[in-house]
Write a new protein. Sequence first.
Length: 210
Amino acid sequence: MMIGLCGAHRTGKTTLARLYAKQAEIEFVETSVSAINKKLGFDLTKEHTFAERLTQQEIILDRVDAIFARHAGKTVIVDRTPLDMIGYTMAEAINNRVSDEDQERFAQYVQKCFDITNKRFGVVVLVQPGIEIADAEGKAVPNRAYIEHLNSLILGLICDERLNVPHGYIQRNKTDLGERVEAVDYCVGSVIREAHFAALRLKQAGLSLH
């Protein structure tokens, strides 16, 4: 089962994923979107049109899905999901930046993100803002307003009926890393327990799941 952590930058997703992987004795898969951007030569500090941003996001999604594909069928935890990518793209879709043509492309991109999430992941957990944010070299700018904006967008996305995998979120007041690990473990355990009960119900009905 692939476990996906989603949420805005600077919320501690990667640190949490690493620790959970260590304690659960599973593999941690880092998406490293920033590294992908650098390799492709995308300078996100420059001003881009929405069409240019969308093109970048489409390429990044394909690169990240290739990472997911290499780990299909394994029990791993990932520090980013396509839901994050929808959120960051939505954050750019403001005012009059989006043409009619771009709106259709965006709709197709969003659906592709949901399709990949539904295909690759067994559970998705949103890591909300809450931990103290400090300046750090190589990290995204700690713009709290932008982080909150992204969190609200992604929180809405995990409630979208197009998401067909079990999901949950870590409450803001859970800033202790140990508590966050327990929260992820609870979400994962819930999925495993439900699968177990579903198998029992099928067995009692004389059916089997293939």
